[in-house]
Design a protein around this ligand. Sequence first.
Ligand code: BDR
Ligand code: CA
Length: 307
Amino acid sequence: MNKRPIILDGDPGHDDAIAWLLAKASPELEIRAITCVCGNQTVEKVSYNARRICTLLGIDAPIAKGKRKPLIGPEMNAPSVHGESGLDGPPLPEPVMELCPLSSVELMAKTLRESEEKITIVATGPLTNVASLLLAYPELKEKIEVISFMGGGIRFGNWTPAAEFNILVDPEAAKIVTESGLPLIMSGLDVTEQALMLPADFDRIRSLGGQISQIVADWLEFFYGFHKNLGYEGAPMHDPCAVASLIRPDLFETQELCVEVETCGEYCRGTTVGHSRKPANVRVNMGIRREAFADLLVEAVKSYKEN
Ligand code: BDR
Ligand code: CA
């Protein structure tokens, strides 16, 4: 099978970690590089988390530390959702690999330059690294197959009524990406808040046995803790949607929309405005077959036990 080469760019984060677990478990994908960006926590913390996750999952790809601040706005983190470490909950193994000496942008550029095939970027944090890459190396755009990102929401926000966290942290970066002319797949809150793992799914994962199953079940419990207080029935798997839509597009309902990012606005900075008044620039995931998606994640965890 021809594997699709990918770069994972994120701010792990519980749902980033589960997205990376799904990517590693998918025979259709080959992880060429991991790049970290400030978001859920500082770039130091999320880079350390990335090394711990890669050690746990056996991901053998260079890991680079990326942008420590958004392009223009102030840094924002999400300790209320992911804890002080950015990945609170179960103890994790200490990393066995060092960080790559290159910055995230340089590692992305090198990975693209050296690849014979086009590469897919899966972005599950603020888009600061990706936008910086496009600004620094516009000639490498032709090496990018598609950018599948988690961010935004056509109908609503989560960090403000109008804006989702990843886009709100760096709206200027999101604007650069959405105006890049590259093929884009957006998994925003419209779909990711339907992509719930329910407590019964946590139990299915825990009952698989083994270290990774226990850790994933604990991550899900931790992540659900925050959302349960807001009335959710399960843990929304925002970031895994950006991976799932590459390997199982059949699970998703999509709309081709023109998505524009509000960078000003007293109340609406970071809003993703989706409409059809101009030509479409984004394939937007709007719906998901939840049960089949939950089964996909359970099977992904199970595959670690079998290997
Ligand atoms: C996004 O924000 C982060 O907290 C999650 O990791 C996800 O990428 C959801 O709004
Ligand atoms: Ca994330």
